[in-house]
Design a binder for this molecule. Structure first.
Ligand code: EPU
Length: 418
C-alpha cells in the first residue's frame, strides 16, 4: 500500500505546475448530481482518494459512475427511487458523505446518514445542517450513529446560520432546490465552492440567487435536468504550490488558478517577502531573499482559509522572527505542530493560537500526516529540510491532492512514494 512519502530536501523548485479541479467542489457536485435523473458529466474532476470513496457511496445508493477519461466522471442517476441510507463503513472515511442529507431529502424526501468521519481536525458537529433541513420541514431523529430524516410536507423557509458553515449551506441549498416555495439562507457560507454548486444547479434548471454573498435565495423547482459541467480549480492546491515555490527558494508558475479565490494567500505570501505576480497563464511566485514573519487569522471566506493554515505555518517556521497564527475555524488543527517540532521547529500553542519562532533550519526525520493539510505542509517542510523527511500515513495526502509527488517532482523536487 502506498502510504509513505519520502522527501529529500534542499532543491529549489522551478517551472510551471497545473492545478487540478477543486476537491471540495467536486465532492458536493457529485452528490448534487443525484438531484437530476439521467447522465451528468463532471469535467476537471480530480482523481483523488476522496472522490473515489464518493463514487463508492454513490454506487451503494444505486447510482452508477464511470470515468470517461482521465478527469471526466459520468454519474448515471437512475429514474425512480434510489437507496436512501449511507453505510457506516464508507461514511466514516469521508466527511462530505454528510452532504447526502440535503440531496436525498431533496430527491427522495428521506435520508438515513451515518454520522460522518473524515479528517480529525475538531468535533465537527451537524447542528446547523439539522437546523436548516428542519426549517424546510424535515423531521429528524438521531439514533445508533445515524441521522434519520424525512419530510412529508417540505416547504421553503428562512434559515439563519449562526456560523457560515460550508456543509450546512450546501445541504440546505440541495434540499431547497427541490422544495416548493422560497428559501432564504442568511449568514450563508460564501466560499467559491458554494458558488460552483449554485452555478451547477442553476445550469440544471434550479433557481438560486445570491451565492457568494451572505444571503442566498432559492425558489424550489419540480425538476432538474442532467448537464455537463466543469469544476473550478482547487484554490487550496494552488495555494500549496505557491508556498512550495516560496519556501524552496525557487520560482514557480501556478497554472489554472482563479486569482480572486486566493487573494488572502497571495497577500500573506507578499507580506512574507515573496514576489507574487498575476500573469496571463497563472500566478508566478518567486521566493524573497528571506522569509519575513507574518500573523495569520483563519476565517470563513473571504478570510484566510483554514485549509492553508498548516502550509503557511511550515513556511513561517523558517521566518526571520516570530509569527502568530490564530485558528478560528477548526479547534484541532494544530496537530501538525508536534510533527514540525520533530523537524526542529520552535512553536508554542496556547488554545487557538500558535506562536511560531523562526529557526535557521529544519531537519528531515520520521513524521506523520495527521490530516490532509498537515500532510501537505510536511511535504513543504521536507522540501527545505536537511536530509530526508519520511512522512507516514501519507494516505491523508492522497485523499485531496492529485499526483502530488509527480507534480512537484516535475519542478525538481525529490519525492518518492512507498
Ligand atoms: N460547525 C458547527 N455546526 C455545524 C457545522 C459546522 O459548529 O452544523 C462548525 C465546525 O465544527 C467548524 C466550522 O463550523 O468549526 C466550519 O465548518 P464547516 O461546516 O464550514 O466546514 P465543512 O463543511 O465541514 C468544508 C470543507 C473543509 C474546509 C471547511 C472550511 C468540504 C468537504 N470540506 O468543511 O475542507 O476546511 O469547509 O472551509 O467541503 C479540507 O479540504 O482539508 C477540509 C477540511
Amino acid at each position: 500500500m502506498e502510504d509513505i512519502l519520502i522527501v529529500k530536501g534542499g532543491t529549489p523548485l522551478y517551472g510551471s505546475i497545473r492545478v487540478s479541479g477543486a476537491k471540495n467542489a467536486g465532492l458536493v457536485l457529485m452528490v448534487a448530481a443525484i438531484l437530476a435523473e439521467g447522465e451528468t458529466i463532471l469535467d476537471n474532476m480530480p482523481r483523488i482518494r476522496d472522490v473515489e470513496v464518493m463514487t463508492f457511496i454513490l454506487n451503494e445508493l444505486g447510482v452508477r459512475t464511470e470515468w470517461k477519461d482521465d478527469n471526466s466522471l459520468a454519474i448515471y442517476s437512475p429514474p425512480g427511487r434510489i437507496k436512501t441510507k449511507t453505510s457506516y463503513e464508507l461514511s466514516r472515511m469521508l466527511r462530505a458523505s454528510n452532504l447526502f442529507l440535503g440531496a436525498l431529502l431533496g430527491r427522495e424526501k428521506e435520508a438515513a446518514i451515518s454520522l460522518p468521519g473524515g479528517c480529525d481536525i475538531g468535533s465537527r458537529p451537524m447542528d446547523l445542517h439539522l437546523k436548516g433541513v428542519q426549517a424546510l420541514g424535515a423531521e429528524v431523529e438521531i439514533e445508533h450513529g445515524y441521522i434519520y430524516a424525512c419530510t412529508k410536507r417540505p416547504r421553503g423557509n428562512n434559515v439563519y446560520l449562526d456560523f457560515p458553515s460550508v456543509g450546512a449551506t450546501e445541504n440546505i441549498i440541495m434540499m431547497a432546490v427541490k422544495t416548493p416555495g422560497n428559501t432564504v439562507i442568511e449568514n450563508a457560507a460564501k466560499e467559491p465552492e458554494i458558488v460552483d454548486l449554485a452555478n451547477f444547479l442553476n445550469s440544471m434548471g434550479a433557481k438560486i440567487r445570491g451565492a457568494g454573498t451572505d444571503v442566498i435565495k432559492i425558489e424550489g423547482v419540480s425538476e432538474l435536468k442532467p448537464v455537463r459541467y466543469a469544476i473550478i480549480p482547487d484554490r487550496i492546491e494552488a495555494g500549496t504550490f505557491m508556498v512550495a515555490g516560496a519556501i524552496s527558494k525557487g520560482e514557480v508558475l501556478v497554472e489554472n488558478v482563479i486569482p480572486t479565490h486566493i487573494y488572502p494567500v497571495i497577500a500573506k505570501l507578499q507580506e512574507a517577502g515573496a514576489v507574487v505576480k498575476e500573469t496571463e497563464s497563472g500566478i508566478l511566485v518567486k521566493a524573497g531573499d528571506k522569509i519575513r514573519p507574518v500573523d495569520i487569522k483563519t476565517l470563513p471566506y473571504p478570510g484566510f482559509p483554514t485549509d492553508m493554515q498548516s502550509q503557511m505555518m511550515a513556511m513561517l517556521c523558517l521566518a526571520e522572527g516570530t509569527s502568530v497564527i490564530v485558528e478560528n475555524v477548526f479547534e484541532n488543527r494544530f496537530q501538525i505542530v508536534d510533527e514540525l517540532k520533530r523537524m526542529g521547529a520552535d512553536i508554542k500553542v496556547e488554545g487557538h493560537t500558535a506562536v511560531v519562532k523562526g529557526v535557521k533550519k529544519l531537519y528531515g526525520t520520521k513524521v506523520r500526516a495527521t490530516d490532509l493539510r498537515a500532510g501537505a505542509a510536511l511535504i513543504l517542510a521536507g522540501l527545505v529540510a536537511e536530509g530526508e523527511t519520511v512522512i507516514e500515513e501519507a494516505i491523508h495526502i492522497f485523499r485531496g491532492y492529485e499526483n502530488i509527488a509527480q507534480k512537484l517532482n516535475h519542478l525538481g523536487a525529490q519525492i518518492t512514494v512507498k
